[in-house]
Design a protein around this ligand. Structure first.
Ligand SMILES: *[C@@H]1O[C@H](CO)[C@@H](O)[C@H](O)[C@H]1NC(C)=O
Ligand SMILES: *[C@@H]1O[C@H](CO)[C@@H](O)[C@H](O)[C@H]1NC(C)=O
Ligand SMILES: *[C@@H]1O[C@H](CO)[C@@H](O)[C@H](O)[C@H]1NC(C)=O
Length: 192
């Protein structure tokens, strides 16, 4: 009987180690590099992400010397509103959001493809173990793929493809879990 208990405890541990869909942090901030291949578009921005309330703020980093337009965007999917502030003209567009919120955490539908290392494997402090995942969103049929940390599933890279958006890929840097200033989800004054 005693052996049986120990055996089943071991079985549980082994089961828990099989990689599978996991719970990514629901709120985080990061610098994000976005590549939108269908539009030939590259953007560096500071992102505040709140999956629980489906809110996302992206303040684009202005590139010195560039004369293109830069934007501060706030998407409040919980109330269906988008605020797009042009950082050059300070003009704001308020829109009704029609696209669904795209979660950036590892989706429930994700299939894990196995672990890999990033950096110089075996050199202390120079590498980390990551997990590759991919799948199809049940809600929209959009395909996604990504790379996350192990075991806490913080996405490092997240990409998706749909007919409507084309191929969009994001890489997260300097991630901090949580939201440092909750006011980040209040629309800029130019938008009110
Ligand atoms: C993207 O850039 C390539 C190469 O410069 C060009 O051929 C293509 O037409 C561009 N696509 C768009 C959507 O601007
Ligand atoms: C705001 O909306 C108008 C009309 O739809 C559009 O022409 C303009 O480009 C938009 N500006 C921004 C910053 O999105
Ligand atoms: C957004 O939706 C509201 C309420 O349905 C409507 O009154 C308003 O005109 C819409 N705004 C835009 C820009 O479509």
């Amino acid at each position: 009987m005693k052996y049986l208990v120990i055996l089943s405890a071991l079985a549980c541990v082994a089961y828990a180690q099989i990689p599978g869909p996991c719970q990514s942090p629901k709120q985080w901030e990061a610098r994000v590099l976005t590549l939108d291949r269908s539009k030939n578009f590259t953007q560096f921005g500071k992102v505040s992400y709140d999956e629980t309330q489906r809110r996302e703020r992206i303040i684009e980093e202005v590139e010195f010397g560039s004369d293109r337009d830069y934007f501060d965007t706030l998407f409040l999917h919980n109330v269906g509103k988008g605020y797009i502030l042009n950082l050059k003209t300070r003009k704001c567009n308020v829109t009704n959001l029609t696209e669904p919120f795209i979660p950036r955490g590892v989706p429930r539908e994700a299939e894990f493809e196995g672990e890999a290392t990033i950096g110089a494997a075996g050199v202390p402090g120079e590498f980390m173990v990551v997990e590759n995942f991919k799948g199809t969103f049940r809600s929209t049929g959009a395909k996604f793929f990504g790379v996350s940390t192990v075991p806490d599933c913080m996405p490092i890279e997240f990409g998706y493809y749909s007919e409507k958006t084309g191929f969009v890929q994001q890489t997260m840097f300097d991630v901090n879990i949580g939201i440092s200033d909750p006011n980040v989800f209040i629309p800029p004054k130019e938008c009110l």
